[in-house]
Design a protein around this ligand. Structure first.
Ligand code: RB5
Length: 148
């Protein structure tokens, strides 16, 4: 991960405002900067507004990776995967998070704040940050859909 600029952008809706704060703290403690695209409170908002902010910047390469959070993770993953070069992975377990990096080179991690607990969310973030992409045949597979 590029240490010279903020490599991660995070976004959420009202349902995940609390979890977003915890995840930001967790990432910052690991010495990685994280840009916060909002929302900044638990006041009801529309998740696509924040999903679009984050996914468009990852799509353009402004940020290397993104994290998106909403109540279920479903809406954010649907929005994010509309963008070219975005490979958003909705993860509720560590195995999926690891494999989303190894085989899919996921560049946006999506989680549902109403689905998983805080401790599991942190562990998912940890393995997702640490696990490298394997490349090889998996790269050829990604190239088949990356720019659709
Ligand atoms: C908000 O109530 C909820 O719909 C949203 O957080 C998310 O789960 C959408 O997919």
């Amino acid at each position: 991960m590029n240490k010279n600029r903020s490599p991660i952008i995070i976004g959420n809706d009202h349902a995940a405002y609390y979890l977003k704060g915890k995840i930001k703290e967790f990432i910052l403690k690991r010495g990685i900067e994280v840009e916060d695209a909002g929302t900044d409170s638990d006041k009801s908002v529309d998740y696509p507004d924040f999903g679009i902010k984050v996914a468009s910047m990852v799509s353009a390469g402004t940020y290397e990776r993104g994290i998106l959070l909403c109540g279920t993770g479903l809406g954010m993953s649907m929005v994010a995967n509309k963008f070219a070069n975005v490979r958003a992975a909705l993860c509720g377990d560590m195995f999926s998070a690891i494999m989303s990096r190894r085989h899919n080179d996921s560049n946006i991690l999506v989680m549902g704040a109403r689905v998983i607990g805080e401790s599991l969310a942190m562990e998912i973030v940890r393995v997702w940050l640490e696990t490298p992409f394997e490349g090889g045949r998996h790269l050829a597979r990604i190239e088949k859909f990356n720019n659709l």
